[in-house]
Design a protein around this ligand. Structure first.
Ligand code: ADP
Ligand code: MG
Length: 462
């Protein structure tokens, strides 16, 4: 293939990832429509799940809590000490979840999680742990916040049944079960002094965490996840949550409710979302084809796989990397961090791209091939950021947030947002299309360790 036709082909592929201004507005309009629908009744396309969190912190909260986080690439166990001044101290261990446990039985998965909690307590809280006796009645019992980032039908702050798995998990016998009880059961079998006090979606945790640590003069309205998956949670007025029975004692005299939108499943009907043949191919490789269609265009689990599909197709046509055999044939083998590193390379010869493709993919490249890769990466990354901006804008329109606040604070957690070059800037381009000049009222802050701190804050209010 000639250099110019390779670059033309790359440009034309990249163009398939473009989103026009009109499309961005159509996306946010549809998003607002589904937001309203989801608040009215159960079983709607966007779940709009009440979190049973009825207040957000202001930074003065204090105490020590345990938190675990299941829902992404790693399982984290941490202890969080809230200092009461918007700061905290955190101890954390991370473990990769073996792929076999992601598709095994509930017993296998939750006993693995409980063992990790045991290891953590033994290492860091030895004085409170007596191996032979387990915990005695007078011993301190730790409150644990359980960050569980899959769609859950929540009925109380520490009760919730799993609706379905996402992000590559598929533990069939856990669906329909209360995940807090599954975890508590395994913790009890190990005689650990731990009480699962709150079930928290990571996006709710991110909102809480940012609210705890953000500058005091502003209120955080929205928490956003842009990591393995993507999701958003925001503070809604309780009265607007039509589908919720507000007679429960726990809701008396409450005025707000944090809502977990589950926007990963926005527009599964594909009315407004952009679509390429590679998106369809990736979708078919997942355990849940036809679901999480928004997430599959935006989040870290999928961007690398979209790129892999495109590069493999070009290679098979003989247009790219034709001199080498390719390791690109293994599904899910191309990590999204590679896109970040490609995007970051602004050298004329694309020397970083050269070494990335050489070391990570084992392929020799020519400069035009590297230019082609970069063009395609830019298309995929830009589309992700614009889509994220469009739905964030949709929430802010729904809340009339910019009309009533001089500063609108948003907390974000996740490696895609944190590390992808230029991501926030592109997100703001879409925000500007949706909400106009008010875009400059928006302050976006990274909620570092958001899920752990957020879970601790939820355990505290529980
Ligand atoms: P989790 O979702 O498990 O809480 P992260 O927020 O770190 O964890 O997100 C992990 C996802 O982010 C993975 O899909 C990974 O491919 C992607 N990722 C990791 N590093 C980067 C990076 N530098 N740039 C873009 N994406 C990244
Ligand atoms: Mg996370």
């Amino acid at each position: 293939m000639t250099t110019s036709s390779l670059l033309e082909e790359a440009v034309s592929i990249s163009k398939q990832f473009d989103i026009s201004k009109d499309q961005l507005v159509a996306i946010s309009d549809e998003f607002i429509r589904l937001t309203d629908l989801g608040l009215k009744s159960d079983g709607m396309p966007m779940a709009m799940i009440p979190s049973y969190v009825t207040g957000v912190p202001n930074g003065s909260e204090k105490g020590t809590f345990l938190a675990v986080d299941l829902g992404g690439t790693n399982f984290r166990v941490c202890s969080i000490h809230l200092n009461g001044d918007g700061t905290f101290d955190l101890l954390q261990t991370k473990s990769v979840i073996p792929r076999s446990l992601m598709v095994g039985t509930a017993k296998e998965l939750f006993s693995f999680l409980a063992k990790k909690v045991e290891e953590f307590i033994k290492t860091h809280f030895e004085e409170n742990f007596n191996e032979e006796l387990g915990h005695s009645a007078n011993e301190h019992v730790y409150k644990l916040g359980f960050t569980f980032s899959f769609p859950v039908n929540q009925t109380a702050i520490n009760r919730g049944t799993l609706i379905r798995w996402t992000k590559g998990f598929d533990v069939a016998d856990a669906v329909g079960k209360d995940v807090c009880l599954l975890l508590q059961h395994e913790l009890d079998l190990l005689k650990l002094p731990v009480h699962v006090a709150a079930l928290v979606n990571d996006t709710v945790g991110t909102l809480m965490s940012r609210s705890y640590s953000s500058p005091p003069e502003s209120v955080t309205l929205l928490g956003v996840i842009l990591g393995t998956g993507t999701n958003g949670a925001y503070t809604e007025s309780l009265a607007a949550v039509d589908k919720l029975d507000k007679s429960a004692a726990a809701l008396a005299d409450k005025s707000i409710m944090v809502i977990n939108t589950e926007w990963g499943s926005f527009d599964n009907d594909m009315k407004v979302l952009p679509r390429t043949s590679w998106d369809d191919a990736v979708d078919l490789e997942t355990p849940n084809p036809g679901y999480q269609m928004f997430e599959k265009r935006v989040s870290g689990m999928f961007l690398g796989e979209i790129l892999r599909r495109i590069l493999l197709e070009l290679h098979e046509k003989g247009h790219l990397f034709s001199r080498s055999s390719t390791p690109l044939t293994t599904a899910w083998s191309l990590d999204t961090s590679i896109l970040s590193r490609v995007e970051a390379d602004i050298t004329p010869d694309l020397v970083a791209v050269k070494s990335i493709v050489e070391t990570d993919l084992g392929l020799q490249t020519t400069l035009p091939e590297r230019q082609a890769v970069k063009l395609i990466v830019e298309g995929i990354g830009k589309r992700s950021a614009l889509l994220a901006g469009a739905v964030i804008g949709g929430i802010l329109v729904h809340l009339k947030a910019c009309q009533s606040n001089p500063v609108v604070d948003i907390g974000v957690d996740g490696s895609v947002f944190e590390f992808y070059p230029g991501y926030e800037k592109l997100m703001r381009v879409a925000l500007r299309e949706v909400i106009g000049e008010d875009e400059n009222k928006i302050r976006i802050g990274i909620a570092k360790d958001g899920s752990g701190v957020g879970a601790a804050l939820c355990a505290l209010v529980a």
